[in-house]
Design a protein around this ligand. Sequence first.
Ligand code: ATP
Ligand code: MG
Length: 507
Amino acid sequence: MLAAAQTCAVVGLDGYVVQVEVDISPGLPAFNIVGLPDTAVQESRERVRAALRNSGCEFPMRRITANLAPADLKKAGPSYDLPIAVATLLSSGQVTLPQKSAIFLGELSLDGSLRHTNGILPMVAVAKEQGLESVYVPAADAAEAALVAGIEVYAVPTLRDLIEHLQGVLPIAPTISNGVYAVGDGNVPMGNDLAHVRGQEHAKRALEVAAAGFHNLLFNGPPGSGKTMLARSLPTVLPRMTPEEALDVTKIYSVSGALPADCPLISQRPFRAPHYTISNAGLVGGGRTLRPGEITLSHRGVLFLDELPEFNHTALESLRQPLEDKVVTISRVSGTVTYPASFMLVAAQNPCPCGYYSHPKKECICSPSAVARYQKRISGPLLDRIDIFVEVPPVEYEKLVDEAPGEDSATVRRRIERAREVQQDRLKGCGFLCNSEMGPADVWAYCPLEEGARGLLQAATKQLSLSARAFHRILKVSRTIADLDGVEEIGVAHLAEALQYRSRGIR
Ligand SMILES: Nc1ncnc2c1ncn2[C@@H]1O[C@H](COP(=O)(O)OP(=O)(O)OP(=O)(O)O)[C@@H](O)[C@H]1O
Ligand SMILES: [Mg+2]
């Protein structure tokens, strides 16, 4: 007899509805899966066989064929266990499908219990988009699935429980959707408070501007001046994510299997700080099984590259395209996927190998060629994508022992959030959220300059031979500075501040 159940496949971050058809026909006992399954899906046969037996069901000793349609879409991962088991039970007449249209997702243990499965959120989201009414997911993932409003979520602890539910013996109650707002409320951001960073007012201001508009930033300075400390305090000042942003980020973490077990929703902006030994695939994504890289895991958040010149040159160069396009497309034999990568790049470096080049007191022991070689490790095109260059000088003794605390992160964050609201209102309907994401046309539309500022921009562009990219980026940073000031028209002071952040990047 032939029967079918529905499930979902995820490619990149996009989900597709997949029909699982099972046919049981007379013949020698066999169990075959067709429809471009990968090894994990092939191995599903053994898990389904054992899980059915251990759940007190009959495993048909006949010729079983499971077809995963559409046949030209690659099926990967263990989430097909549950739909294959359900379709087998349907086909052998042991259960009937629920009245409401449903998809089944989840990996089975040999004892019939359902395990945590990656990628539940994007799959449930696609089920909702396709108009399905209910989803059956492992109990461990029910909270994650319930983030999608408008679809009934059934938390299934074991296959036996699902069978009894489908037979109408012991129905499972649907999980109530938490809603995205409820889960993320009351979160205190993690990280160093800015108040603990002594002195460095110029660097703190630059950090505030960068966080308000999501601009790329590079700290340069001698060892121990507080570059890493400043960058690590960023999570405490970043604006809260909107519910849509939180869902987007959670989908990425769900697909990557990086969603913490006790946290169905990522409600804090990502802050990723990979070590400089990271591989290309680790940074931009890819690898044998096509996984998102650090740039995608820092989507809507910060990618912090400490000790920038130590990173592999090719890995750094591979950041150039995603830094412009805000997405990364990876092509492999197994397929092409596009992952979002709208992140803020924050980097820190010393000026030379010994760290004391241009130090006011200490002498640099590097040869001029060693300094030049070190500085050349970061290519011009990558530097051109950095909006804000900040020198972080050594902290003076008086500042270090100063008892008066500096401004705390909560105060700075309030200013940043206000500036972010202004941007969101202005850019509503454009498809992006902050100043750094504006395209060239938007720059003209949304960056009106005062008369004096126009003259300054003209003089600076000519005298400093700004690249077209630098020109646009300076305008975007001055837009953010004006937003922090709460004014619509960009003034001379705003533009001058943006220009001085750029001074080192201009060559
Ligand atoms: N401005 C500062 N205010 C208070 N403490 C500071 C400051 N700068 C540095 N420190 C102290 O020095 C330690 C090291 O600072 P940090 O790691 O940020 O230096 P760095 O500039 O990143 O140095 P490196 O170039 O060696 O990586 C901090 O953990 C902190 O204890
Ligand atoms: Mg450091």
